[in-house]
Write a protein that binds this ligand. Structure first.
Ligand SMILES: *Cc1c(COP(=O)(O)O)cnc(C)c1O
Length: 395
Protein backbone atom coordinates (compact mmCIF):
# COMPACT_ATOMS: atom_id res chain seq x y z
CA UNK A 1 0.00 0.00 0.00
CA UNK A 2 1.25 3.49 -0.82
CA UNK A 3 -0.56 6.37 0.88
CA UNK A 4 -0.38 9.93 -0.40
CA UNK A 5 -0.63 12.09 2.73
CA UNK A 6 0.89 15.30 1.42
CA UNK A 7 -2.17 17.22 0.22
CA UNK A 8 -0.83 20.49 1.65
CA UNK A 9 2.02 20.27 -0.89
CA UNK A 10 -0.30 19.52 -3.79
CA UNK A 11 -3.37 17.46 -4.62
CA UNK A 12 -4.25 15.07 -7.44
CA UNK A 13 -6.35 16.73 -10.18
CA UNK A 14 -10.09 16.13 -9.89
CA UNK A 15 -11.76 14.36 -12.80
CA UNK A 16 -14.09 17.31 -13.46
CA UNK A 17 -11.06 19.61 -13.70
CA UNK A 18 -9.23 17.22 -16.01
CA UNK A 19 -12.25 16.99 -18.33
CA UNK A 20 -12.68 20.75 -18.47
CA UNK A 21 -8.99 21.17 -19.23
CA UNK A 22 -9.00 18.54 -21.98
CA UNK A 23 -11.95 20.25 -23.59
CA UNK A 24 -9.96 23.49 -23.67
CA UNK A 25 -6.94 21.76 -25.16
CA UNK A 26 -8.78 19.70 -27.75
CA UNK A 27 -11.79 21.74 -28.84
CA UNK A 28 -12.16 25.27 -27.55
CA UNK A 29 -8.51 26.19 -27.98
CA UNK A 30 -9.16 29.83 -28.97
CA UNK A 31 -7.47 32.96 -27.70
CA UNK A 32 -10.06 35.01 -25.77
CA UNK A 33 -8.64 38.22 -27.26
CA UNK A 34 -9.36 37.16 -30.86
CA UNK A 35 -12.34 38.79 -32.53
CA UNK A 36 -13.47 35.75 -34.54
CA UNK A 37 -15.94 33.21 -33.28
CA UNK A 38 -13.26 30.75 -32.11
CA UNK A 39 -11.86 33.51 -29.91
CA UNK A 40 -15.28 34.63 -28.77
CA UNK A 41 -16.12 31.11 -27.65
CA UNK A 42 -12.94 31.10 -25.58
CA UNK A 43 -13.94 34.50 -24.16
CA UNK A 44 -17.29 33.04 -23.05
CA UNK A 45 -15.54 30.11 -21.37
CA UNK A 46 -13.17 32.49 -19.62
CA UNK A 47 -16.03 34.70 -18.41
CA UNK A 48 -17.90 31.65 -17.17
CA UNK A 49 -14.85 30.41 -15.25
CA UNK A 50 -14.43 33.83 -13.64
CA UNK A 51 -18.10 33.93 -12.65
CA UNK A 52 -17.80 30.42 -11.16
CA UNK A 53 -14.69 31.24 -9.14
CA UNK A 54 -16.28 34.49 -7.93
CA UNK A 55 -19.52 32.73 -6.92
CA UNK A 56 -17.57 30.13 -4.91
CA UNK A 57 -16.02 32.95 -2.84
CA UNK A 58 -19.12 35.19 -2.73
CA UNK A 59 -17.24 37.79 -4.80
CA UNK A 60 -18.09 39.68 -8.00
CA UNK A 61 -16.48 38.43 -11.24
CA UNK A 62 -14.79 41.82 -11.69
CA UNK A 63 -13.05 41.32 -8.32
CA UNK A 64 -11.19 38.21 -9.54
CA UNK A 65 -7.81 38.39 -11.31
CA UNK A 66 -6.36 35.12 -12.58
CA UNK A 67 -2.68 34.60 -11.77
CA UNK A 68 0.07 32.06 -12.34
CA UNK A 69 -0.52 30.48 -8.92
CA UNK A 70 -0.65 31.27 -5.23
CA UNK A 71 2.82 32.82 -5.04
CA UNK A 72 2.02 35.28 -7.79
CA UNK A 73 -1.28 36.24 -6.16
CA UNK A 74 0.57 36.87 -2.87
CA UNK A 75 3.22 38.97 -4.64
CA UNK A 76 0.58 41.01 -6.42
CA UNK A 77 -1.47 41.57 -3.26
CA UNK A 78 1.49 42.81 -1.21
CA UNK A 79 2.75 45.03 -3.99
CA UNK A 80 -0.75 46.48 -4.34
CA UNK A 81 -1.00 47.22 -0.63
CA UNK A 82 2.49 48.70 -0.53
CA UNK A 83 2.00 50.95 -3.56
CA UNK A 84 -1.42 52.18 -2.44
CA UNK A 85 0.02 52.90 1.00
CA UNK A 86 3.08 54.67 -0.36
CA UNK A 87 0.82 56.99 -2.35
CA UNK A 88 -0.62 58.16 0.95
CA UNK A 89 2.83 58.36 2.50
CA UNK A 90 2.34 55.15 4.56
CA UNK A 91 5.31 52.81 4.46
CA UNK A 92 4.71 50.30 7.26
CA UNK A 93 3.57 46.72 6.61
CA UNK A 94 2.57 44.01 9.09
CA UNK A 95 2.68 40.25 8.64
CA UNK A 96 3.46 37.18 10.75
CA UNK A 97 6.67 35.23 11.14
CA UNK A 98 5.03 32.01 9.98
CA UNK A 99 3.71 33.03 6.56
CA UNK A 100 4.51 31.17 3.36
CA UNK A 101 7.76 32.26 1.71
CA UNK A 102 5.74 33.86 -1.10
CA UNK A 103 4.70 36.45 1.50
CA UNK A 104 7.87 36.54 3.62
CA UNK A 105 10.25 36.95 0.69
CA UNK A 106 8.05 39.61 -0.93
CA UNK A 107 8.07 41.49 2.37
CA UNK A 108 11.87 41.25 2.44
CA UNK A 109 11.98 42.69 -1.09
CA UNK A 110 9.69 45.54 -0.03
CA UNK A 111 11.98 46.26 2.93
CA UNK A 112 14.80 46.81 0.42
CA UNK A 113 12.57 49.34 -1.31
CA UNK A 114 12.19 51.39 1.85
CA UNK A 115 9.19 49.83 3.57
CA UNK A 116 9.32 48.84 7.23
CA UNK A 117 7.87 45.43 8.04
CA UNK A 118 6.72 44.09 11.40
CA UNK A 119 6.83 40.28 11.60
CA UNK A 120 4.43 39.31 14.37
CA UNK A 121 5.35 36.44 16.64
CA UNK A 122 2.93 33.58 16.67
CA UNK A 123 1.79 32.08 19.97
CA UNK A 124 2.85 28.55 20.91
CA UNK A 125 -0.52 27.23 19.69
CA UNK A 126 0.13 28.53 16.17
CA UNK A 127 -2.60 31.16 16.30
CA UNK A 128 -2.06 34.88 15.79
CA UNK A 129 -3.66 37.11 18.45
CA UNK A 130 -5.85 40.04 17.50
CA UNK A 131 -4.32 42.19 20.23
CA UNK A 132 -0.84 41.62 18.79
CA UNK A 133 -2.02 42.91 15.42
CA UNK A 134 -3.74 45.86 17.14
CA UNK A 135 -0.57 46.71 19.07
CA UNK A 136 1.54 46.68 15.91
CA UNK A 137 -0.71 49.08 13.95
CA UNK A 138 0.59 52.63 13.59
CA UNK A 139 -0.51 55.77 11.74
CA UNK A 140 2.00 54.71 9.10
CA UNK A 141 0.59 51.19 8.49
CA UNK A 142 -0.48 50.58 4.88
CA UNK A 143 -1.19 46.85 4.84
CA UNK A 144 -1.63 43.83 7.11
CA UNK A 145 -1.21 40.33 5.64
CA UNK A 146 -2.05 37.25 7.73
CA UNK A 147 -2.57 33.77 6.28
CA UNK A 148 -5.91 32.04 6.82
CA UNK A 149 -4.59 28.51 7.35
CA UNK A 150 -0.94 27.78 7.99
CA UNK A 151 0.50 25.35 5.45
CA UNK A 152 2.80 23.49 7.84
CA UNK A 153 0.70 23.04 10.97
CA UNK A 154 -2.84 23.66 9.67
CA UNK A 155 -3.95 26.18 12.30
CA UNK A 156 -6.77 28.59 11.38
CA UNK A 157 -6.27 32.30 12.06
CA UNK A 158 -8.97 34.78 13.21
CA UNK A 159 -9.17 36.41 9.76
CA UNK A 160 -12.63 37.96 10.13
CA UNK A 161 -11.65 39.72 13.36
CA UNK A 162 -8.34 40.97 11.99
CA UNK A 163 -10.08 42.22 8.82
CA UNK A 164 -12.61 44.12 10.95
CA UNK A 165 -9.86 45.70 13.03
CA UNK A 166 -8.01 46.79 9.89
CA UNK A 167 -11.17 48.17 8.31
CA UNK A 168 -11.87 50.24 11.45
CA UNK A 169 -8.34 51.67 11.26
CA UNK A 170 -8.45 52.28 7.49
CA UNK A 171 -5.67 49.79 6.82
CA UNK A 172 -5.76 47.35 3.89
CA UNK A 173 -5.94 43.67 4.78
CA UNK A 174 -4.78 40.70 2.70
CA UNK A 175 -5.02 37.02 3.53
CA UNK A 176 -3.14 34.16 1.90
CA UNK A 177 -6.02 31.66 1.80
CA UNK A 178 -4.21 29.11 -0.34
CA UNK A 179 -4.60 26.36 2.30
CA UNK A 180 -8.15 27.41 3.17
CA UNK A 181 -10.04 27.66 -0.11
CA UNK A 182 -11.70 24.33 -0.87
CA UNK A 183 -10.97 23.06 2.66
CA UNK A 184 -13.01 25.32 4.95
CA UNK A 185 -15.74 27.86 4.10
CA UNK A 186 -14.29 31.04 2.59
CA UNK A 187 -16.67 33.97 1.98
CA UNK A 188 -14.81 37.16 1.16
CA UNK A 189 -17.76 39.40 2.06
CA UNK A 190 -18.46 37.71 5.39
CA UNK A 191 -14.73 37.83 6.24
CA UNK A 192 -14.47 41.47 5.16
CA UNK A 193 -11.03 41.06 3.60
CA UNK A 194 -9.69 43.49 0.98
CA UNK A 195 -7.52 40.96 -0.85
CA UNK A 196 -7.29 37.17 -0.81
CA UNK A 197 -5.01 34.70 -2.63
CA UNK A 198 -5.78 31.17 -3.74
CA UNK A 199 -4.06 28.44 -5.77
CA UNK A 200 -5.81 25.74 -7.80
CA UNK A 201 -3.41 22.89 -7.11
CA UNK A 202 -4.19 22.93 -3.38
CA UNK A 203 -7.84 21.99 -4.06
CA UNK A 204 -7.50 19.34 -6.79
CA UNK A 205 -6.98 21.79 -9.63
CA UNK A 206 -3.91 22.12 -11.87
CA UNK A 207 -0.58 23.72 -10.93
CA UNK A 208 0.58 27.12 -12.12
CA UNK A 209 -2.79 28.86 -11.83
CA UNK A 210 -4.42 30.81 -9.03
CA UNK A 211 -6.42 33.93 -8.39
CA UNK A 212 -6.31 37.17 -6.47
CA UNK A 213 -9.52 38.58 -5.08
CA UNK A 214 -9.37 42.39 -4.81
CA UNK A 215 -12.38 44.12 -3.32
CA UNK A 216 -14.14 46.54 -5.66
CA UNK A 217 -12.37 49.89 -5.50
CA UNK A 218 -8.90 48.39 -5.13
CA UNK A 219 -7.04 48.14 -8.39
CA UNK A 220 -4.31 45.49 -8.30
CA UNK A 221 -0.84 46.70 -9.23
CA UNK A 222 0.57 45.19 -12.40
CA UNK A 223 3.26 42.52 -11.93
CA UNK A 224 3.31 41.30 -15.53
CA UNK A 225 3.30 44.04 -18.12
CA UNK A 226 1.80 43.15 -21.48
CA UNK A 227 -1.53 43.19 -23.21
CA UNK A 228 -4.92 44.19 -21.90
CA UNK A 229 -5.75 40.74 -20.53
CA UNK A 230 -7.35 40.58 -17.07
CA UNK A 231 -8.56 44.15 -17.66
CA UNK A 232 -5.00 45.32 -17.89
CA UNK A 233 -4.00 43.89 -14.49
CA UNK A 234 -1.96 40.99 -15.87
CA UNK A 235 -0.49 40.81 -19.34
CA UNK A 236 -0.15 37.56 -21.26
CA UNK A 237 -2.58 35.25 -23.04
CA UNK A 238 -4.74 33.60 -20.42
CA UNK A 239 -3.84 30.09 -19.23
CA UNK A 240 -7.18 28.77 -20.43
CA UNK A 241 -6.81 25.07 -19.53
CA UNK A 242 -5.51 26.06 -16.10
CA UNK A 243 -8.28 28.57 -15.48
CA UNK A 244 -11.14 26.26 -16.48
CA UNK A 245 -9.52 23.44 -14.50
CA UNK A 246 -9.34 25.68 -11.44
CA UNK A 247 -12.98 26.77 -11.81
CA UNK A 248 -14.18 23.17 -12.18
CA UNK A 249 -12.12 21.97 -9.20
CA UNK A 250 -13.30 24.84 -7.02
CA UNK A 251 -16.97 24.20 -7.86
CA UNK A 252 -16.54 20.54 -6.91
CA UNK A 253 -14.71 21.44 -3.72
CA UNK A 254 -17.30 23.97 -2.57
CA UNK A 255 -20.23 21.72 -3.47
CA UNK A 256 -18.78 18.81 -1.51
CA UNK A 257 -17.35 20.92 1.31
CA UNK A 258 -19.55 19.86 4.28
CA UNK A 259 -19.15 16.14 3.49
CA UNK A 260 -15.44 16.58 2.73
CA UNK A 261 -14.82 18.42 5.99
CA UNK A 262 -16.64 15.82 8.04
CA UNK A 263 -14.85 12.89 6.44
CA UNK A 264 -11.36 14.37 6.51
CA UNK A 265 -11.77 15.68 10.07
CA UNK A 266 -12.70 12.18 11.25
CA UNK A 267 -9.62 10.69 9.56
CA UNK A 268 -7.45 13.42 11.09
CA UNK A 269 -8.78 12.73 14.57
CA UNK A 270 -7.90 9.04 14.22
CA UNK A 271 -4.44 10.06 13.05
CA UNK A 272 -3.89 12.46 15.97
CA UNK A 273 -5.11 9.92 18.52
CA UNK A 274 -2.79 7.24 17.12
CA UNK A 275 0.32 9.36 16.74
CA UNK A 276 -0.10 10.90 20.20
CA UNK A 277 0.58 7.44 21.66
CA UNK A 278 4.18 7.60 20.46
CA UNK A 279 6.29 8.49 23.53
CA UNK A 280 7.95 11.92 23.54
CA UNK A 281 5.85 13.19 20.65
CA UNK A 282 4.01 16.47 20.34
CA UNK A 283 1.17 17.73 18.18
CA UNK A 284 2.08 21.18 16.86
CA UNK A 285 -0.61 23.82 16.71
CA UNK A 286 -3.94 24.40 18.39
CA UNK A 287 -5.93 21.23 19.12
CA UNK A 288 -9.24 22.51 17.66
CA UNK A 289 -8.53 25.61 15.56
CA UNK A 290 -7.21 23.66 12.60
CA UNK A 291 -8.21 22.85 9.04
CA UNK A 292 -9.61 19.35 8.48
CA UNK A 293 -6.64 17.54 6.94
CA UNK A 294 -3.32 18.77 8.29
CA UNK A 295 -1.44 17.46 11.31
CA UNK A 296 2.12 18.21 12.31
CA UNK A 297 4.03 16.24 14.93
CA UNK A 298 7.47 16.47 16.47
CA UNK A 299 9.24 13.31 17.62
CA UNK A 300 12.13 13.86 19.94
CA UNK A 301 15.50 12.39 18.93
CA UNK A 302 14.49 12.09 15.27
CA UNK A 303 15.79 13.92 12.25
CA UNK A 304 12.94 14.90 9.92
CA UNK A 305 14.62 14.10 6.62
CA UNK A 306 15.46 10.48 7.47
CA UNK A 307 11.95 10.00 8.81
CA UNK A 308 10.52 11.11 5.47
CA UNK A 309 12.78 8.87 3.42
CA UNK A 310 11.94 5.85 5.54
CA UNK A 311 8.24 6.60 5.42
CA UNK A 312 8.41 6.85 1.64
CA UNK A 313 10.11 3.47 1.49
CA UNK A 314 7.38 2.02 3.72
CA UNK A 315 4.57 3.49 1.63
CA UNK A 316 3.73 6.88 3.11
CA UNK A 317 4.24 10.19 1.28
CA UNK A 318 4.60 12.90 3.93
CA UNK A 319 6.50 16.12 4.40
CA UNK A 320 8.64 17.73 7.05
CA UNK A 321 6.98 21.06 6.51
CA UNK A 322 6.77 23.13 3.39
CA UNK A 323 7.93 21.57 0.14
CA UNK A 324 9.94 24.70 -0.51
CA UNK A 325 12.16 24.38 2.54
CA UNK A 326 12.64 20.62 2.65
CA UNK A 327 15.89 19.77 0.99
CA UNK A 328 17.61 22.25 3.24
CA UNK A 329 18.65 21.21 6.72
CA UNK A 330 17.33 24.36 8.38
CA UNK A 331 14.50 23.70 10.79
CA UNK A 332 11.11 25.00 9.74
CA UNK A 333 10.65 28.76 10.18
CA UNK A 334 7.06 28.00 11.17
CA UNK A 335 8.01 25.78 14.10
CA UNK A 336 10.69 28.22 15.19
CA UNK A 337 8.05 30.99 15.08
CA UNK A 338 5.98 28.96 17.57
CA UNK A 339 8.97 29.11 19.90
CA UNK A 340 10.09 25.48 19.53
CA UNK A 341 13.80 24.84 20.13
CA UNK A 342 15.91 23.86 17.10
CA UNK A 343 16.49 20.30 18.37
CA UNK A 344 12.75 19.64 18.31
CA UNK A 345 11.85 21.62 15.23
CA UNK A 346 14.21 19.36 13.26
CA UNK A 347 12.16 16.25 13.95
CA UNK A 348 8.85 17.36 12.52
CA UNK A 349 6.43 15.44 10.35
CA UNK A 350 3.52 16.90 8.42
CA UNK A 351 0.77 14.59 7.26
CA UNK A 352 -1.98 16.23 5.23
CA UNK A 353 -5.03 14.21 4.29
CA UNK A 354 -7.55 14.71 1.51
CA UNK A 355 -11.03 13.42 0.71
CA UNK A 356 -9.46 10.64 -1.38
CA UNK A 357 -7.77 9.09 1.68
CA UNK A 358 -9.44 6.12 3.39
CA UNK A 359 -9.59 4.65 6.91
CA UNK A 360 -7.39 1.77 5.74
CA UNK A 361 -4.79 4.26 4.59
CA UNK A 362 -4.82 6.03 7.96
CA UNK A 363 -4.38 2.63 9.64
CA UNK A 364 -1.39 2.01 7.38
CA UNK A 365 0.13 5.36 8.44
CA UNK A 366 -0.51 4.49 12.09
CA UNK A 367 1.26 1.17 11.67
CA UNK A 368 4.27 2.53 9.80
CA UNK A 369 5.07 5.79 11.64
CA UNK A 370 5.61 4.27 15.12
CA UNK A 371 7.78 1.52 13.58
CA UNK A 372 9.99 3.97 11.72
CA UNK A 373 10.24 6.33 14.72
CA UNK A 374 11.29 3.42 16.97
CA UNK A 375 13.80 2.20 14.39
CA UNK A 376 15.40 5.62 13.91
CA UNK A 377 15.53 6.26 17.65
CA UNK A 378 17.31 2.91 18.04
CA UNK A 379 20.12 4.25 15.87
CA UNK A 380 20.18 7.81 17.18
CA UNK A 381 22.99 8.98 19.49
CA UNK A 382 20.73 11.86 20.55
CA UNK A 383 18.03 9.43 21.61
CA UNK A 384 20.58 7.37 23.53
CA UNK A 385 21.73 10.48 25.38
CA UNK A 386 18.11 11.26 26.23
CA UNK A 387 17.35 7.74 27.40
CA UNK A 388 20.47 7.43 29.53
CA UNK A 389 19.76 10.78 31.16
CA UNK A 390 22.84 12.50 29.71
CA UNK A 391 20.48 14.93 28.06
CA UNK A 392 17.09 16.13 29.27
CA UNK A 393 13.87 15.29 27.42
CA UNK A 394 12.24 18.42 26.02
CA UNK A 395 8.96 16.72 25.14
C1 LIG B 1 1.21 26.46 -1.76
C2 LIG B 1 1.09 27.75 -1.06
C3 LIG B 1 1.44 28.95 -1.69
C4 LIG B 1 2.04 29.00 -3.06
O1 LIG B 1 1.16 28.62 -4.08
P1 LIG B 1 1.77 28.18 -5.50
O2 LIG B 1 0.56 28.01 -6.36
O3 LIG B 1 2.48 26.89 -5.26
O4 LIG B 1 2.65 29.27 -5.96
C5 LIG B 1 1.27 30.13 -1.00
N1 LIG B 1 0.78 30.12 0.25
C6 LIG B 1 0.44 29.00 0.89
C7 LIG B 1 -0.12 29.07 2.25
C8 LIG B 1 0.58 27.77 0.26
O5 LIG B 1 0.26 26.66 0.90
Amino acid sequence: MYVYADHAATTPVHEAARKAMLHCLEEDYGNPSSLHSVGQRAREILDEARADVAACLNAEPSEITFTGGGSEADNQALLTGAVLGARKGKKHLITTAFEHHAVLHTMKALEKQGFTVTYLDVHADGVVRLEDVAAALTEDTALVSVMMVNNEIGTIQPIGEIAKLCQDKGVLFHTDAVQAVGHIPVDVKALGVDMLSLAAHKFHGPKGVGALYCRKGIRPEILIQGGAQERGRRGGTENMPGIVGMAAALKEAVLGLPAHMEKVTALRETLIAGLSKIPHSRLNGHRELRCPGTVNFCFEGIEGESLLLWLDAKGVAASSGSACTSGSLDPSHVLLALGLPHEIAHGSLRLSLGADNTEEEVEHILKVVPEVVAYLRGMSPVWEALETGKQKHLI
